[in-house]
Design a protein around this ligand. Structure first.
Ligand SMILES: [Zn+2]
Length: 248
């Protein structure tokens, strides 16, 4: 149950229409995988932490480098050389000790991915490469849990929310990796896209608003435009064609 301290901490969001104590309780019961603790992962994990999700499992096998600091706002100079997940856990727990932060310092591969997302309710894609994104897409479909995709490049970014069996999956959208990575990035691009992913996760859990499903949001920071592309499931999609519709 929500405690007195929690009531104060989350007051300003709980007074949003349709949110309430019930929404906060739902957040508290939810276990989230954040795959990647880089630019997107920093923003997503910070906002899910302050929103009060129950558990975040943060997965990343890198160490902090100077070249990360233009965009990976979980870290500072003194973290250089440390495992990202260790610095991240400290930072996130200092922001909100109510949230359980589990860390995994491993690469996400075909043979460990299922285990890594075990027991979790949804996956946030905060990766910087499509090889891993495709693995996570497959796991999300197999586990029948939502997958919140985000990607950035330069001043641009993209996001979509994937609900297996109901929406286009990542393979429906990109049959093959759209561009080589790692990409050039300015820090504000993951700030925008990571915030959108976190917004989607909170809405999904609380059960309010309309999700970014079957829509690809394309953000261009240089022209400052948000565009949207309608998406459809691909009947011959190698990942999700076997799923039946009808749960929408
Ligand atoms: Zn598909």
């Amino acid at each position: 149950m929500t405690t007195g301290e929690e009531l104060r901490r989350y007051e300003r969001q709980m007074i949003i229409e349709g949110f309430g104590r019930e929404g906060q309780e739902r957040l508290k019961q939810t276990r989230v995988v954040v795959a990647g603790a880089g630019g997107l992962g920093s923003v997503v994990s910070i906002y899910l932490t302050v929103a009060g999700v129950g558990k975040i499992r943060l997965i990343d096998h890198d160490r902090v480098e100077l070249g990360n600091l233009n965009r990976q706002i979980l870290y500072g100079n003194r973290d250089i050389g440390r495992r990202k997940v260790d610095s991240a856990k400290e930072k996130l727990e200092s922001l909100n000790p109510e949230v359980k932060v589990e860390i995994v310092s491993e690469a996400i591969l075909e043979d460990n991915a299922f285990e890594l997302v075990d027991d979790c309710d949804l996956i946030v894609d905060a990766m910087d490469n499509f090889t891993t994104r495709y693995i996570l897409n497959k796991v999300a479909i197999n586990r029948d849990i939502p997958f919140f995709h985000g990607a950035v490049r330069g001043f641009e970014g993209r996001a979509t929310t994937i609900i297996p069996g109901q929406t286009a999956c990542l393979k429906c959208l990109y049959t093959r990796a759209p561009q080589p990575e790692p990409a050039p990035v300015v820090g504000v691009a993951p700030a925008v896209i990571g915030s959108i992913q976190a917004t989607e996760v909170v809405k999904y859990i609380v059960g309010i608003g309309d999700l970014l499903t079957n829509r690809l949001l394309i953000y261009d920071g240089l022209s400052l435009e948000f565009m949207e592309m309608k998406l459809k499931r691909r009947p011959d999609c190698e990942e999700c064609q076997h799923l039946t519709e009808g749960r929408e």
